[in-house]
Write a protein that binds this ligand. Structure first.
Ligand code: ADP
Ligand code: MG
Length: 262
């Protein structure tokens, strides 16, 4: 079977700095895959290349959305990547702080509508009808993500863990087949992290969305992942099941031996 994401020998140079060095990574349908590595390893750069924020210097990024043909997406703009079914969250929270929780999710949804954001702002009749559908759909997502109690609150007033979950809800609103999460548990307490663990499993198992996540919390990574890719200095140094990764001497040297709070 074709992987839904197949990244082949991707290199990303920033001037003289090689942030990614011939990296290969694939995600199969239904998988939860983790990308780990020390700070500065190139993990976020990798996400930025896949989601169109950066255009990689070399290599191929191939996607095969369910029921569709394989497509090379190098150089596509971020909104076009989203339209093809890849959604992401960011390492630092990027919500519209002065908009409500519902509005933040609705914005994610507009990429799937005919009239789009411009039509919605002009309040065309067709847009008004579509608006109700978007509201209903967005509310349903908030319900699934466990944020119903906050729908009309301003995002900035949400507890930290709920803000991070709202970012996931907004990404879900674009109907992705693959969800990329950049350090979703960063700054969460133990309780919030446990809830996140359950949420990510549910999104994968029940909604059929595959997950690629960057994460430092090794307990979460080991609990969630079908497979783990390990990077250091822009290169892949190991890949395998959680069991294989735990016992890999290269990984222990580069990463697991490191102070996890560093
Ligand atoms: N836009 C950029 N311009 C120049 N250097 C960058 C840029 N983005 C990232 N880098 C560099 O690439 C390397 C990898 O960074 P990053 O991908 O953020 O690592 P990670 O997410 O694994 O902590 C770092 O040395 C960082 O300084
Ligand atoms: Mg990062």
């Amino acid at each position: 079977m074709e992987p839904i994401l197949d990244v082949k020998s991707i290199t990303m140079d920033f001037g003289g700095l090689r942030a990614l060095d011939r990296l290969d990574l694939d995600v199969q349908k239904g998988e939860i895959v983790a990308l780990i590595g020390p700070n500065g390893a190139g993990k976020t750069t990798f996400f930025n290349c896949i989601t169109g924020l950066y255009s990689p210097t070399r290599g191929d990024i191939l996607i095969t959305p369910p029921g569709k043909k394989t497509e090379r997406i190098n150089g596509l703009k971020p909104n076009h990547v989203t339209e093809r079914g890849l959604a992401r969250t960011f390492q630092n929270i990027r919500l519209f702080q002065n908009m409500t929780v519902l509005e933040n999710v609705m914005i994610g949804r507009h990429c799937r509508t005919r009239t789009g954001v411009a039509g919605a702002m002009l309040r065309l009749k067709s847009a008004r009808e579509e608006e109700q559908t978007i509201v209903d759909h967005s509310r349903a997502i908030l319900e699934r993500i466990g944020l119903s109690q906050f729908v009309n609150d301003l995002s900035k007033n949400l507890p930290y863990g709920a803000q991070r979950r709202l970012e996931i809800a907004r990404a879900m609103a674009t109907d992705p087949f693959l969800l990329l999460l950049d350090e979703p548990a960063a700054g969460m307490n133990a309780q919030e992290t446990r809830e996140l663990d359950n949420l990510i499993k549910k999104i994968c198992d029940e909604d059929g969305i595959s997950i690629l996540l960057i994460e430092h919390d090794m307990k979460l990574v080991m609990s969630l992942s079908d497979r783990i890719f390990v990077m250091d200095y822009g290169r892949k140094i190991a890949q395998g099941t959680p069991e294989e990764i735990k016992n890999d001497p290269e990984v222990i040297k580069a990463y697991l031996g490191e102070d996890p709070d560093a």
